[in-house]
Design a protein around this ligand. Structure first.
Ligand SMILES: [Cu+2]
Length: 452
């Protein structure tokens, strides 16, 4: 099979990521240069070089598309094209995306901006871009055949509109949608408030929930799958290789999530309660919020939640549908819990000595065993923490809250060291000293009821 780099050759090699500062100095105001990203590593946020200041978002395992100013209009250039995406180390998918990656780069702008977005189609069929959730003229809405004709292969269309409101939005094709979205074409569109004092945060994370059905050993998603996806992703990335959300203790943190899969995802974060502060429709007034620990992200919807990072630690964040924290699983596997396989194991080992009976006590052995896998796949449950196998996959990551993390530092601080006396321990028949001391001073006395 032809490598994508052989296919696009010189154009990828010549188009390294350029900063927005470099762009603003461009004197030739023809088609803006299209930045290409070649790695799935989380890129540092792109701080604004002109215009109103804002805390830029960090896209998990993604990046922000640079822009340039042209006579007061903020210009971006998206390239719709086939891409190779590393879903996890050792697992690559041949997808369709934007500017070298799936998901596409995050577009970031400010309320009141006028944006001009050039979309060049390098796909083998027509496409469009729908700006999901944005208020704009009907002819800019990107529904092929309804808003405007599809963008033919090889052509560039221009979308231009004012950003009338701030919030969390998305973009995706509205042309041969089933195929193009199953192939990974989607991205986030963040509009910051014009007033920098409106709901400021110290860290602002964003990721897209998406899913693929790729048979172990193959590279191209099955586009006809409706329910039984086997790779549940955040930004076309799966655990154990979704980057952690690194946070400095005391930071006010926003997490924005969009969902372009075909099912809902209850996103659960450990260690905190938090409030939804923004939906697809806009900001939620303070008096309308309520505390939650799991937020359901509906299909085609966006939610942002906020919390103050007061509790240091390594806190799991994941979809609470347990099949969505697994990788490449077959659903036709029989259940063997409680089955005695010893007799049949003896028989099978006569013809296949390395046979391992599995699943009779549960499936946790899958997280430990180093089974031989086909090429280009990741174990169903995997990942190692400081205390053993984490036994997860898919939509799972860790929020790492530490003291002394620099304002612009998102690098992995390693595993959390639990202070003495704050970690679950094995019962040895007697309480350890620290627990004895606590036990001696704490007596639970029932309080009289306020009502008498
Ligand atoms: Cu889910």
């Amino acid at each position: 099979m032809l490598n994508r780099r052989q296919l696009i050759g010189a154009s990828a090699a010549g188009a390294a990521l350029v900063s927005s500062t470099a762009w603003s100095k461009t004197t030739n105001m023809g088609l803006p240069e299209a930045a290409i990203m070649e790695t799935a590593a989380t890129q540092n946020p792109l701080h604004p070089s002109t215009g109103p200041q804002y805390q830029p978002v960090v896209t998990l395992n993604g990046w922000t598309l640079p822009s340039r100013m042209n006579n007061g209009v903020k210009e971006f250039h998206l390239i719709a094209e086939p891409v190779e995406r590393e879903l996890a180390e050792g697992t690559t998918a041949y997808l369709w995306g934007y500017n070298g990656q799936s998901t596409g780069p995050t577009i970031e702008a400010v309320e009141g901006d006028r944006v001009r977005i050039f979309v060049t189609n390098k796909l083998p069929e027509h496409t469009t871009v729908h700006w999901h959730g944005l208020i704009l003229p009907s002819g800019m809405d990107g529904v092929g055949g309804l808003s405007h004709p599809g963008i033919p292969p090889g052509k560039t269309f221009v979308y231009e509109f004012d950003l009338t409101k701030s919030g969390t939005f998305m973009y995706h094709p509205h042309a041969d949608e089933m195929v193009q979205m199953a192939m990974g074409m989607m991205g986030m569109f963040i509009v910051h408030p014009k007033d920098p004092t409106f709901m400021p945060v110290d860290r602002d994370f964003v990721f897209m929930l998406n899913a693929f059905d790729i048979d172990p050993g193959s590279y191209v998603p099955k586009i006809m799958t409706m329910n039984d996806f086997n790779l549940w992703c955040w930004n076309s990335r799966i655990f154990p290789d979704i980057d952690p959300l690194v946070v400095n203790k005391g930071d006010r943190v926003r997490v924005r999530v969009g969902n372009l899969t075909m099912t809902n995802h209850p996103i659960h974060m450990h260690g905190y309660d938090f409030e939804v502060t923004c939906t697809d429709g806009g900001w939620v007034p303070k008096e309308a919020r309520w505390p939650e620990v799991t937020i359901d992200i509906p299909v085609g919807g966006m939610r942002a939640y906020e919390f103050v990072a007061d509790h240091p630690g390594d806190w799991a964040i994941h979809c609470h549908k347990s099949h969505h924290t697994m990788n490449a699983m077959g659903h036709d596997v029989p259940t063997f819990i409680g089955v005695d396989k010893s007799a049949v194991t003896k028989k099978i080992r006569k013809v296949q000595p390395e046979y391992m009976p599995m699943g009779t006590a549960g499936m946790a052995d899958m997280g430990v065993m180093e089974m031989e896998l086909p090429d280009n796949t990741t174990p169903m449950m995997t990942g190692w923490g400081p205390y053993g196998p984490i036994e997860m996959g898919g939509m799972f990551s860790v929020v790492k809250v530490r003291e002394g993390i620099g304002a612009n530092d998102y690098s992995d601080p390693g595993w959390y060291k639990n202070p003495p006396g704050t970690q679950a321990y094995e019962w040895t028949g007697e309480l350890p000293d620290h627990a004895k001391a606590a036990d001696a001073t704490t007596k639970i006395t029932p309080k009289p009821n306020d009502n008498g």
